[in-house]
Every structure is written in structure tokens, then in C-alpha cells.
Design a binder for this molecule. Structure first.
Ligand code: KIV
Ligand code: ZN
Length: 562
């Protein structure tokens, strides 16, 4: 890159050697403010139309946001109309505060106050840019000039509030020193303190001071130092709610917000899935679910994340990437065999121990908590391990394959994935299992059966009396033994099916109530010295076992032919 890096000026961190934030653990959700309809919307190629904004607004309410920045009503007629529609159609619940953004400029502030008439709870959010760079190249003003803009704005806002004091409207204030992270901290403190004074902020009537990393300029620890420095040095600190508004230029918007909360931020502004200018605003879904997976109630409801994704994608025409935390199509999918195995063991462990905690490796969150299914957790392709397919059978279809069967089933699945050259769906796996292990009907099928238990000299004997089809004809068979499987084995000897040894037997019920059936997994050692599994299903466990024996023999015969 031809030494182009030399033209960049490194970030100059604030000095805070006795920083406290690294030892803080966040145990409570911040106040959330969605800026989807303003910062998110202004960054869209096609900004949302009225209908889309209303739909999005409704979704934000359902998620549980109590503060929603609905737009910049003085910026355009469309923005103005949208705000009026929300107010005139009575679409804002009483416990929700709408927020409107305005630059600290007289005519825009006046227009904003017109736009909010009739609303119940409003945050008037005004801002001006304070950064060293913007002062130098955009405003060509010194800090006093910048402070003056903010103070004049605050004065007018206070005056307009007093004028409508009799109306049934509750107005709160928010001030943003835009580009806070590029501002000298003492200047940021001073301008905010002056605004607070002008607005008469008190402990009872707090102002929101919103500290944006309008453009990310540093590592998140430097941003956290700035927030802690600001909180420690702000006069009348208790009269302010400290809010942050991270963007994501360096890809660390979430870290900025999380570390800023440790450093004293009580409120976070961001968007669902991180839409917003350039690389976006901080992603509130990820922030909330990060808290959730630390055992902290996020106070937002993401239990149907696919629904949020659908509305988001429809309204913004943006596409959520496959690997986006918590929501991407692939985030609950394990491709690696060892991961699949560990997930399988984690789920089994939770089942066996009744653990009240989520203790599944490779899955930091229970997919069902966000309305995602277990079904797509594991994708089976030729790289998948032996446990993955068994896991699908257990999770999706209720079949608990014995451990010893996993490698054999895994080989069958891998061969199929290789043959098809694609990954297998859960249904593919189930069909393969049925075809290979349950309905393996060549050459033998059970035709008739009668099983009786009789007592002989004080011992019980089981008799099998029935017939099998051997590929050519139906032949009667009869045998006795110490149980149904033994009796059936002995019956098969009479038609020349010999040299199979019984190795293991597992069974469980499948389905519920009157629809329940028995599933039997039979493992036999075949004349070639190898072990083969067969599976039988029937209302009667004895018949299920016999069907499992036949299936195992058929599989062995098939394998020995190859
Ligand atoms: O990113 C930013 O600084 C903003 C302000 C207007 C709050 O969006
Ligand atoms: Zn922003």
C-alpha cells in the first residue's frame, strides 16, 4: 500500500491511569434507545416509506423499547409527516417516549417544536459537532464558538418548552456533543456542563448526555477511558443520564458499548442488527443477547428473532449476513464433526443431569431462546463426525441410537453425502436411516408370527411360530428359546441362517399415548466377523426386536455381497 499509512494521525488517548472500569461487571440492562427510524433510516439507499416506518415502529414497541428516536422532523416533509402520523393516529403507547433529533439551530428547533404538538412524552435531542477536526475543517470556529451554538440552542429549547408548559406534554432533553470521541475530553465536559446549566438539569429532572463515537477512532478501551473520564469530571453528574451512541467503523461498536457501560454509561442508542451510517450503529440485538448469555435480563424481547429479521429485511431492503451474531442463518450450525460431537454430548449431559443451566459447548445460547430450531443446528456433510447424524435423529425424530451404532450410522451418512456431493437435510438423514436400518427387506421379511411363553418343568420357554419370505417364497419357521429373540434365532437356523451372534439390544418408546411404538436396536456379529445393527419398530416390543434382527441380517448379507 505504498506507505499510505503514514498519512494517518494516531489516536491520542485520554490519560486515565487509575481507570476503574476494567473491574466493573455489568449486572443490569441499560436504558435502550432505538435509533433505527432515524440514524438507521437515513443510511438506507431507499429510506423507509410511511407504511414501513409504521411497521418497524410497531415491531420496536413489541420488542420492548421505551425510547424510540422516530426521526428528524425538521429535516424533510416526509420526516415531519411520519411523526405527525404517529401522533395523530395515536400510535404511541403512553409508556413509550418518542425522540426527535434536531441540530442546534433556531429555525430547525422551532419546526421541531411544531412537529411534536399533541405527543405525550418526547425527548428533544439536539446536537452540534464538537470534535477538533470538525472545528478546524468544517465550522472554522474555536471551542467558545461551538459552546455558544449549543448554549443558544439549549436556551431556545428551554424557552419553547416553557411556552407549551400548559399542554399535556412531557418534554425531556438530550444533548449530543457530536463526534464526542474526537473531542478533547475537557472540552466535551465543558460544553455539556454549560448545556446542563442552561436547561436547568437537576437530579429530579435529568438531562440525557449522549456521547457518540460518531466515527470510531480508537480501540474500545480508549473509548471507555473517555467515558469514565467524562463521568468523573462532569459537574452535577447526578443531574445527567450518560448515554452512548457507538458507530462501527472499526468493527468494534459492540465492544465500545459494553466497555462504555462498564465505564458509567447508563443508556445506549443503537439499532437492530446494526443498521446505520457507513458500517452502522451498534447492534442492540447482539448487545442485549450478550447480556442475556451472562445471566442478565436484557429487558428486550428477542424470542422470535426470525420475525424481527423478516420485518427488518423487508423494511430496510438490507440483508442480514449469514454469520451475524445470534441471527445469521449459519450461527446455529456446526460443520465440524468434533463440534457436532461436543454439542451432542452437551445436550445429552443436560438431559441426563436435568441441569438448570445451558451447558452446551459451541453454542453460547440455546437457539430456542431466540425462536430458532434445533433442526438446523447441525448440518451433515461429508466432513461431519459420527455423532452429528445421531444427534439429528435424537433431536428431530426422537430416536436414541445406542452409542455403538453411531460409527456405523455415521459411515452410511458420510457415504450418502459423498455420493450426493451436498449436505444432507434432517429429512434426508431420517429417510436414509429408515431405508438402511428399518426397512431393509432384502432378502428376508417377516410374514407371520406367533410368540408364546410356556412353562416347562418350572422353566419358561418362548416359542416362535411363523413364516418369513426369503426373496423367493414364504417359508414356515419354528423355534424355541429363552426369550423371543433367542426363539427366533433358533427358528432361523432351520432355514440355514446361521453363524450370527447376538451382541447387544437397546429399546425405547417413540411417540406418545396410544400412538407410542417400541423401537428396538439389535446388534449382531455376522459370519464375516463384523457387527451390524438393525432396527425394528412395532406396537409390540417382541415383534420390534424380531424385525430388528431381520434388518441386521439383511444388512450383513448386503454388505458381505460387496
Ligand atoms: O452519530 C452521531 O453522532 C449521531 C448524532 C446525531 C447523535 O447520530
Ligand atoms: Zn449516529
Amino acid at each position: 500500500m505504498n506507505q499510505g499509512y503514514k498519512k494517518y494521525i494516531p489516536f491520542n488517548p485520554v490519560k486515565l491511569p487509575d481507570r476503574k472500569w476494567p473491574n466493573v461487571v455489568v449486572k443490569k440492562a441499560p436504558i435502550w434507545c432505538s435509533v433505527d427510524l432515524r440514524d438507521g433510516n437515513q443510511a438506507l439507499i431507499d429510506p423507509m416509506n410511511l407504511e414501513e416506518k409504521l411497521m418497524f415502529f410497531k415491531m420496536l414497541i413489541e420488542v420492548g423499547f421505551k425510547e424510540i428516536e422516530v426521526g428528524f422532523p425538521s429535516a424533510s416533509e416526509t420526516e415531519y409527516e411520519i411523526l405527525r402520523t404517529l401522533i395523530d393516529r395515536n400510535l404511541i403507547p403512553d409508556d413509550v417516549t418518542i425522540q426527535v433529533l434536531v441540530q442546534a439551530r433556531e429555525h430547525l428547533i422551532r419546526k421541531t417544536f411544531e412537529a411534536i404538538k399533541g405527543a405525550k412524552n418526547v425527548i428533544v435531542h439536539f446536537y452540534n459537532s464538537t470534535s477538533t477536526l470538525q472545528r478546524k475543517v468544517v465550522f472554522k470556529k474555536d471551542m467558545d464558538g461551538i459552546i455558544d451554538i449549543a448554549v443558544q440552542g439549549a436556551r431556545l429549547i428551554k424557552q419553547l418548552t416553557d411556552e407549551i408548559a400548559g399542554d399535556d406534554i412531557n418534554i425531556r432533553y438530550e444533548y449530543s456533543p457530536e463526534s464526542f470521541s474526537g473531542t478533547e475530553m475537557d472540552n466535551a465536559v465543558e460544553i455539556c456542563a454549560r448545556v446542563m446549566e442552561e436547561l436547568g438539569a437537576t437530579k429530579e429532572n435529568k438531562i440525557i448526555l449522549n456521547l457518540p463515537s460518531t466515527v470510531q477512532l480508537s480501540t474500545p478501551n480508549c473509548f471507555a477511558d473517555q467515558v469514565e473520564y467524562f463521568c468523573r469530571n462532569l459537574p452535577n453528574r447526578e443531574a445527567a443520564i450518560i448515554s452512548v451512541h457507538p458507530h462501527n467503523d472499526r468493527g468494534t461498536g459492540i465492544a465500545d458499548a459494553e466497555l462504555a457501560m462498564m465505564a458509567g454509561a447508563e443508556r445506549v442508542e443503537g439499532t437492530l442488527f446494526g443498521n446505520g451510517e457507513r458500517t452502522g450503529n451498534v447492534d442492540i440485538v447482539a448487545l442485549g443477547l450478550n447480556l442475556y448469555t451472562q445471566g442478565v435480563d436484557p429487558e428486550l424481547d428477542f424470542s422470535d428473532i426470525n420475525h424481527l429479521k423478516e420485518i427488518y429485511e423487508n423494511c430496510t431492503k438490507m440483508k442480514i449476513p449469514e454469520r451475524q451474531p445470534y441471527v445469521g442463518e449459519l450461527v446455529f450450525t456446526a460443520f465440524s464433526g468434533s463440534h457436532q460431537d461436543a454439542i451432542n454430548k452437551g445436550v445429552q449431559y443436560m438431559h441426563d443431569t436435568d441441569s438448570p443451566y445451558w451447558e452446551v459447548p459451541y453454542l453460547p445460547i440455546d437457539p430456542s431462546d431466540v425462536g430458532r430450531q434445533y433442526e438446523p443446528i447441525i448440518r451433515i456433510n461429508s466432513q461431519s463426525g459420527k455423532g452429528g447424524a445421531a444427534f439429528i435423529m435424537q433431536q428431530n425424530f426422537g430416536y436414541n441410537l445406542p452409542k455403538a451404532m453411531h460409527p456405523e450410522f455415521g459411515r452410511v451418512v458420510k457415504a450418502e453425502a459423498d455420493r450426493l456431493g451436498t449436505e444432507l437435510t434432517a429429512q434426508n438423514i431420517f429417510d436414509l436411516f429408515s431405508r438402511e436400518f428399518i426397512y431393509k427387506r432384502d432378502p428376508f421379511t417377516l410374514k407371520k408370527h406367533k410368540i408364546e411363553e410356556a412353562g416347562v418343568n418350572g422353566n419358561s420357554v418362548t416359542r416362535f411360530d411363523g413364516s418369513v419370505f426369503n426373496g423367493k417364497e414364504e417359508v414356515p419357521i419354528y423355534g424355541e428359546g429363552n426369550g423371543p429373540i433367542d426363539a427366533f434365532f433358533n427358528a432361523l437356523h432351520h432355514i440355514g441362517v446361521e453363524n450370527y451372534q447376538f451382541v447387544s439390544y437397546h429399546e425405547h418408546a417413540i411417540g406418545k399415548g396410544s400412538h407410542a411404538k417400541a423401537v428396538a436396536y439389535i446388534e449382531l456379529k455376522a459370519p464375516d466377523g463384523k457387527n451390524y445393527f438393525g432396527v425394528g419398530i412395532h406396537d409390540n416390543i417382541n415383534i420390534a426386536s424380531i424385525k430388528g434382527v431381520i434388518s441386521a441380517i439383511n444388512r450383513a448379507i448386503d454388505a458381505m455381497k460387496k
